[in-house]
Design a protein around this ligand. Structure first.
Ligand SMILES: [Zn+2]
Ligand SMILES: [Zn+2]
Length: 256
């Protein structure tokens, strides 16, 4: 299984990075996790515009989903080969209506469903996408938000697990999802001692503590907004987690 960081800037895009978006590939199957501001452009550095097999949206904050409006245009008005077939798009309840409203201000419009097969996520649910087994569970954020465990059986028969936190404050659900993960992609938006809103985001220390509790193999911190010092969060996470820690950066590739 291969993970490519398409965008990792928290809350809004930076000069260096689009907002949250991560490409997961295995056995030729391509799954995109989130499609925040600027992600559609960056995505085309890593795969063809029409090469995605499925999309999962952790939640409906703009920095995780808003480029779906642009992607709709690309799929619906495709110049060569006609309109694209619908690919599965998993998201919280109301994803279709929310994206339709963001695109056209006509919530009754149904054209998005011609190119996206919208499916509701549910807490503690597991579903299969090509060679991947995805487990979704609710994490701690002001809107319906999911974290994900994505498993793939490697060629040597060992199951590998990638866990993505979505946006979340500290919660047991996230540690349960991350149990023994080979790679734990965890948000660390806040700075320890500076912001403390447990219903909203994690800081570097909390991300490290969760990885330690979960017994994860490797921790990658992501969703760092402009006003957070990534070096501070890296140090805090390293102090709490005994395994390797690094910062996500656009274009980074991980073999899991
Ligand atoms: Zn976010
Ligand atoms: Zn959010």
């Amino acid at each position: 299984m291969k993970l490519t960081v398409v965008g990792c800037s928290g809350s809004f895009p930076s000069a260096e990075s689009a907002c949250s978006s991560y490409l997961v590939e295995a056995d030729g199957y391509r799954l995109l996790l989130d499609m925040g501001n600027g992600a559609l452009g960056e995505l085309q550095r890593h795969c063809g515009l029409y090469d995605l097999d499925a999309i999962i949206l952790s939640h409906l904050h703009a920095d995780h989903c808003i480029d779906m409006c642009a992607y709709f245009v690309a799929r619906y008005y495709r110049h060569e080969g006609g309109r694209c077939e619908a690919i599965p798009v998993y998201g919280p309840q109301g994803t279709e209506q929310r994206l339709t409203t963001a695109y056209a201000d006509t919530p009754s419009e149904k054209s998005m469903s011609e190119v996206f097969d919208f499916r509701d996520l549910a807490p503690r649910s597991t579903f299969r996408l090509g060679p991947l087994t995805v487990t979704a569970d609710r994490v701690r954020h002001p809107v319906e938000t999911y974290g994900f465990r994505i498993e793939h059986e490697g060629h040597e028969g060992r199951t590998r697990a990638l866990v993505y936190s979505g946006d979340t404050g500290p919660c047991d659900t996230l540690c349960d999802l991350a149990r023994g993960a080979d790679l734990f992609l965890c948000e660390a938006s806040f700075t320890d001692g500076k912001e403390d809103i447990p219903e909203l985001h994690l800081n570097g220390r909390q991300a490290g503590e969760c990885a330690q509790r979960a017994g994860a193999e490797r921790l990658v911190l992501t969703h760092i907004p402009l006003w957070t010092d990534p070096r501070h969060n890296l140090r805090d996470a390293q102090a709490a987690f005994s395994g390797p820690v690094e910062m996500a950066r656009p274009g980074a590739v991980y073999e899991i």
